[in-house]
Ligand binder design. Sequence first.
Ligand code: PMP
Length: 382
Amino acid sequence: MLLMIPGPVEVSPAVVEAFSGPPPGHLAPHVIDAHGRALERLRELFLAGPASQPFAVPGSGTIAMEMAVANLVEAGDQVIVVNTGYFSDRISEMARRRGADVREVRAAPGDVPAPDDLERAFADGEASVVFVTHVDTSTGVRVDPEPICRRARETNALTVFDGVCATGAERFEMENWGADVYLTASQKAIGLPPGLALMVASPEAIEKRHRLRDEVPMALDWDQWLPIMQAYEDRRPSYFSTPATNHIMALDVSLGEILQGGMEAVFQRHQSAAEAMRRAWASMGLELLSSPGVTANTMSAVKYPDGSGPLILETARENGVALAGGLYPGLKQTYFRVGHMGYSTTRPDHLEKTVRAVAAGLDACGLEVDADAAVDALDERG
Ligand code: PMP
């Protein structure tokens, strides 16, 4: 089965090899070396500055979100959530549970918030942290981080970007833009199985952690993890909680593969793959949930055309391709989602198989489609 959901996604053969086999001990010299190099490589992947602090801990994207919230938010804080969908709702709830006063700046489904609405949230200069979902996986919407970073710096607010469906695929210039936390998980464009929570924090974010009066839950506390991460970067053994050693070995390999041609090539490859998929959708008369100017490159949220529905997904599965249903509350039944990130963007055959599987689904719904024309549209022959 070809896994074309918006995460987890297909991984490279080198990653499968690095991940497989008996678990190595976390203090074995070659594991410490891989751990240290993987942390250094995270900085490169995030285009982060030399003083920033990478973390790689066992967990999911949700754990990474919780870690950022736990270390930066305490009771009574004013925070802004730029809400573009399901995962923004989640981080709002996390901040609320920490006792923060959450100002949500909401967008219509498939869009980003209006700049005026965002400006109103910033206007009194009281917000201490701004949370943004870089790509919301429920809508396929990408928010432009740069202007938000600029505006937040003017009011001394820290910025946290959830890059779970973006990191390693969509442009993110952590140092140039002055972002404070970029968090992600292993199972999407990072190219690993699920199981690692990853992030890089700016010195200002780490400093904010030190100023917190509230206690931070121990397993999420940057202060617990910081000396461990620094030890691994120095290639010294250290222990707080057992690292996911197979994941760490695979992370080192995956980041090495991703960084090989430079980040510009990574961003470009994802954009080209996304444009190819969008041409194929259009050639089959399919429309996206997301507005054109804000559509992500990592995935497509495709509206079911009239007369079709989940039979498309069932048929795609029978054709060897796994796709995902909708996720946005209230709109779930109206669209489906296709991931096109990471290893599959290096495999035109994956994209072609996916387009043919969707065409078969439309055909099963009694809709007329030209699958060959859709495949031709992928490489602009159409
Ligand atoms: N944020 C975004 C944007 C996501 O897409 C996801 C997972 N789909 C998460 C957070 C949560 O990650 P996880 O499922 O690994 O907890």
